[in-house]
Design a protein around this ligand. Structure first.
Ligand SMILES: Cc1cc2nc3c(=O)[nH]c(=O)nc-3n(C[C@H](O)[C@H](O)[C@H](O)COP(=O)(O)OP(=O)(O)OC[C@H]3O[C@@H](n4cnc5c(N)ncnc54)[C@H](O)[C@@H]3O)c2cc1C
Length: 452
């Protein structure tokens, strides 16, 4: 493999989800050449879509919050911010056989799954977390389970928080730091009214706008082109796809770390951080309905033997004009990709979803369903271990020309497009500084936590 110095900087971006698209766009804006490699036939990654009778529908439920500053600034740049429809939303809580609205302090005081004393303690605990804990850094070293038990008491933890943590992280729930939980709770509501937004044309419109800009600025996008291996030389990094090797000045990988490890040659592979990190996957059943099913966007479920951890009816936010009048309900199960649950057949998931909906809504009948689709994602989010801050991967793999903009860097921020826009932008600053041979001015920003 001959190696020659490149005449001008060229960066290979691995992955065409939001992290890859933003990385490519920002690099091109800084005058760096880009080739973006995407394994599948479409852009968007976990924010990918499918078409159903003329409507473009998300495979996994996606909305934005009005506090998503980096994402909203990007949408402003792309001319899409004016097309966002904001909608006040609410949440319900199915606790065993009873359904409770779960939106106001009064709802909490009426939450019959807890005793009166437990409800009062929960109200005080929630106010303490959202109003008084201003900096969660110190919570990195203790588990959410320990912290929540101390604040709410063992019985509230067992009834409320343990099932919700298990729903998200499975059996490994008790490794997750309190810092993650605090960050999530303060982002979601912070005690204020819940407002969620959706861009006209959905997440595909965002991916398309970025792709148009990448091409306009001279970048290349290669779909159905998985990168098969990476090899580092003294003055370049070589990328193999479709059996062809090409040299680049640097690589930004947006792949989940286990996938990067698979394609990285010897030395790089050994340096990919977090070899022990376990990722949670998800199975989503999208039920396309002729009518509205539930009063709220989100219905969290804690119910013995119930296969799904929640139901999300996105058409409380997504305008019905964009779905040709159909209502969209997502039933989700977060599980490990190797679990028996994850690999069940689509048929099984479909019939389980129908059964689940019927058990919650006795008026529901099968003729309300127009179509069902099942989507799986093997790597959604790492199961964060305690003391992760110190080990959280930085923007560059030490001593290598491989840079990272991947969900493993999100902690303690929530895994969301907003966070990934911020991470990708920071990584691009580090890459540009490295290419220019100067210390990364962005390095401080990469380590600084800006909680969205
Ligand atoms: C059920 C669910 C609900 C969610 N809800 C929301 C929400 O409401 N709001 C929100 O903002 N976020 C939400 N998210 C999170 C959001 O989807 C992620 O934060 C974001 O999409 C991660 O983007 P990414 O580009 O880092 O990774 P990905 O989207 O995973 O992109 C990685 C890309 O790399 C490609 N790839 C893999 N291997 C290779 C290879 N060898 N060569 C080339 N390409 C490769 C993949 O095909 C993929 O396109 C949700 C996620 C899920 C699963």
């Amino acid at each position: 493999m001959p190696t020659t110095a490149l005449p001008y900087p060229q960066v290979a971006v691995l992955g065409g989800g939001i992290s890859g698209l933003v990385s490519a766009y920002r690099l091109l804006r800084q005058g760096v050449g880009v080739t973006l490699f995407e394994a599948t036939e479409a852009l968007g990654g976990l924010g990918g879509t499918f078409e159903y009778r003329g409507a473009v529908i998300e495979q996994f439920y996606h909305v934005m919050l009005n506090s998503d500053v980096p994402l909203l600034s990007l949408l402003e740049e792309l001319g899409l911010a004016g097309t966002i429809r904001w909608q006040e939303t609410g949440m319900g809580f199915q606790y065993e056989e009873a359904f409770y609205p779960f939106n106001t302090p009064l709802d909490l005081l009426r939450f019959g799954a807890l005793t009166i004393t437990e409800r009062l303690r929960t109200a005080i605990g929630a106010a303490y977390i959202t109003k008084f804990v201003k900096d969660g850094t110190a919570l990195d070293g203790i588990t959410a389970a320990t912290w929540l038990t101390a604040i709410f008491g063992a019985s509230v933890f067992e009834k409320l928080w343990r099932p919700l943590l298990t729903a998200k992280f499975g059996d490994l729930f008790d490794t997750v730091p309190a810092y993650w939980f605090w960050s999530r709770l303060t982002r979601e509501k912070g005690g204020a009214k819940e407002v969620k937004g959706y861009v006209n044309g959905g997440y595909r419109a965002i991916a398309n706008a970025l792709a148009d800009e990448i091409v306009r600025l001279g970048g290349q996008i290669r779909l159905t082109t998985p990168v098969q291996s990476l090899h580092e030389t003294a003055n370049s990094i070589r990328v193999n796809s479709k059996g062809k090797w090409e040299s680049y000045s640097a690589v930004i990988s947006t792949l989940p770390l286990p996938l990067l490890r698979k394609i990285a040659d010897g030395q790089i592979c050994g340096s990919v951080p977090q070899s022990e990190l376990v990722y949670q996957g998800v199975v989503n059943v999208v039920v396309i309905l002729k009518q509205c099913l539930q009063p709220y966007y989100w219905n969290a479920i804690v119910k013995q033997g119930f296969l799904f951890q929640g139901l999300v009816e996105t058409t409380h936010v997504v305008p019905l004009e964009q779905t040709n009048g159909r209502h969209l309900v997502y039933l989700m199960n977060y599980c490990h990709k190797d679990s028996e649950t994850y690999i069940r057949s689509d048929y099984d998931w479909g019939s389980q979803a129908q059964k689940a909906v019927r058990s919650l809504y006795p008026d529901f009948d099968q003729t309300m369903i127009e179509e069902m689709k099942v989507f799986r994602a093997p790597f959604v989010e790492p199961v964060w271990p305690v003391n992760y801050l110190a080990d959280r991967p930085s923007a560059q793999i030490a001593g290598s020309k491989v840079f990272l903009a991947t969900t493993a860097q999100a902690y303690p921020r929530v895994n969301a497009w907003n966070t990934m826009v911020q991470i990708a932008s920071e990584t691009v600053e580090t890459v540009c500084a490295e290419l220019a041979g100067r210390p990364a001015s962005g390095a401080a920003a990469v380590d600084e936590l800006t909680l969205a």
